[in-house]
Design a protein around this ligand. Structure first.
Ligand SMILES: Cc1ncc(C[n+]2csc(CCOP(=O)(O)OP(=O)(O)O)c2C)c(N)n1
Ligand code: SF4
Ligand SMILES: [Mg+2]
Length: 301
């Protein structure tokens, strides 16, 4: 499970962590330790909320692990899923909608690994929705982080099962007539034993919830609300990345006051906007995992 050295910053050379850093250069931030520097520049659009969430994940991991050699990241297809390509861990970039099936196989074969699935609302709830409910039902000891930007970002901004009613997308030019899934409640009803929701607006809260999910034994699910500036934001004229971030925090008096002064969001009430969702840990319980039921634990080490 060792990683290709080509993807690491050259030892003693330039780049974060390189011993050749001159004394004037600032210390590299902890989260940069786990970046695959050879994969830069990344493909995310300016202002995309996925970058904020990914950085928060790296920061949380850097606070906990010296090395990610025992941590595996599994992702499907989408801008959100793509971020696992930038983490210097064991990574599997799988087929669209199937990261949980690959991750289940990996966990059953190597129960000692910490397995994290990164998926999007399209990847995890459309094509992969069936796999999501069954992973929750089986209570496999995995952590699944679902980046919910309410749209298919990677393929041109199509309607997702999370798109809010009335929102414009490339496949709902007259406004979405459907109702969105509440991903967290869906997964809880399917049997997940840890369910939480966070926002890219509050990345520190996300870090804490992500670490709690990693600590949990059984299927843990963190839905993180994030923004696609390029499609959801632009198509619905919701402003730039910062405007979208602020709009996640509506209903807080100081944020509402700030929003009122922003020209792009003055008409907020007239636009399709996100409902105010409950954040934090939404459900926590304990029951046997699939690995326990199959007597896999302790069988290998
Ligand atoms: C079998 C299959 N069907 C469709 C696609 C096209 N496709 C790639 S990513 C994607 C949607 C991704 O949406 P989401 O998971 O929400 O990720 P985002 O880009 O929004 O982060 C689709 C439909 C594909 N790659 N494979
Ligand atoms: S298309 Fe949307 S989700 Fe994809 S990188 Fe750009 S802003 Fe982010
Ligand atoms: Mg999406």
């Amino acid at each position: 499970m060792k990683l290709e050295s080509a993807l690491r910053p050259p030892a003693g050379g330039p780049g974060p962590g390189g011993a050749g850093r001159s004394p004037e250069e600032p210390e590299p931030s902890a989260e940069k330790r786990f970046l695959r520097h050879g994969m830069m520049p990344h493909m995310l659009c300016p202002g995309c909320g996925h970058g904020i969430v990914f950085e928060a994940m790296l920061r949380a991991l850097a606070g906990r692990y010296e090395s990610l050699d025992e941590v595996a990241f599994v992702a499907g297809i989408g801008c959100s899923s793509r971020v696992v390509g930038y983490v210097d861990a064991c990574t599997l970039h799988t087929t669209h909608g199937r990261p949980l099936t690959f991750a289940t196989g990996l966990k059953l074969a190597r129960p000692e690994l910490t397995v994290v699935v990164v998926t999007g609302d399209g990847d995890g709830l459309s094509i992969g929705g069936n796999h999501l409910i069954h992973a929750a039902r089986r209570n496999v000891d995995l952590t699944c982080v679902l980046f919910n930007n309410e749209i298919y970002g990677m393929t041109g901004g199509q309607l997702a099962p999370t798109t809010i009613t009335g929102a414009y997308t490339s496949t709902s030019p007259a406004g979405n007539a459907e109702s969105p899934f509440d991903a967290a409640r869906l997964v809880e009803a399917a049997g997940a034993t840890f369910v939480a929701r966070a926002q890219s607006y509050r990345p520190r809260d996300f870090e804490e919830l992500f670490l709690r999910a990693l600590d949990h034994k059984g299927f843990s699910f963190v839905e993180v609300m994030t923004d696609c500036t390029e499609y959801f934001g632009r198509t619905n004229r919701l402003g730039n990345g910062a405007d979208l971030l602020f709009s996640q925090a509506r209903m807080e008096p100081e944020i509402d006051a700030d929003l009122a002064g922003r020209p792009t969001l003055k008409q907020l009430a007239a636009k399709p906007v996100r409902p105010v969702l409950e954040m934090g840990v939404l459900h926590e319980s304990n029951r046997g995992t699939l690995e326990e039921a199959m007597h896999l634990l302790g069988a290998r080490s």
